[in-house]
Write a protein that binds this ligand. Structure first.
Ligand SMILES: Cc1cc2nc3c(=O)[nH]c(=O)nc-3n(C[C@H](O)[C@H](O)[C@H](O)COP(=O)(O)O)c2cc1C
Length: 177
């Protein structure tokens, strides 16, 4: 099947996740392409969709939300999956003992659930490089509390990402008659 993996990224981590998902889908016999939502890819040639975005302050990037809203009827009538690249840090739990991935579910998932009925929704650990922040944000990070909330590093879990892509690849294989 032809699959579009559409993504929104600010600092590049989500692009890496989208490209990895597309590579895995290709390796499993599909024809997948990872494209940024900002390129406004034509959705008509595709049979299925994976849409993902980096999460900032509890939400997807605006362009990802707008992409889904713009193509709502096409996504609703094709197999569609959503992912978010969010929490960073080495620990699956936050300081209060809550599951980081659950706490990082973007509000966008709920916004689209009823209209699109996605086959799946997934939060992945992301990556954070303070050197890429604008000057103002770098200044905020001087505070130890801010450094604790956003630890630097690449926390993307490639096995987790590959496992999810494998599930998608299998779900899209037509059942032999
Ligand atoms: C200012 C700022 C705010 C963030 N807010 C959240 C958030 O609310 N939830 C979350 O899960 N991750 C949050 N993150 C972490 C990013 O989502 C994570 O680093 C992501 O992988 C970045 O993706 P990108 O490199 O594709 O832009 C935040 C990061 C920054 C720098």
């Amino acid at each position: 099947m032809r699959i579009l993996v559409a993504y929104a990224t600010k600092y590049g981590a989500t692009q890496g996740i989208a490209e990895r998902i597309a590579a895995k889908l290709n390796a499993e016999g599909h024809v997948a392409e990872a494209k940024p939502v900002t390129a406004d890819p034509d959705v008509i040639p595709y049979d299925a969709f994976v849409v993902g975005s980096a999460a900032f302050f509890g939400k997807w990037q605006k362009e990802a939300h707008e992409f889904v809203a713009r193509h709502e009827s096409v996504l609703a009538s094709h197999p569609t999956w959503f992912f978010s690249s969010g929490p960073v840090g080495p620990d699956p739990l936050d300081a209060k003992g809550n599951d980081q991935k659950t706490m990082s579910i973007p509000t966008d998932f709920a916004d689209f659930r009823e209209a699109i009925h996605p086959r799946g929704e997934r939060v992945f650990f992301g990556a954070f490089d303070a050197a890429k922040l604008p000057l103002m944000m770098k200044a905020i990070r001087i505070m130890p509390a801010a450094r604790k909330v956003l630890p630097e590093g690449d926390y993307r879990d490639w096995a987790d990402i590959d496992g999810w892509a494998h599930q998608i690849a299998e779900a899209l294989v037509p059942v032999p008659a």
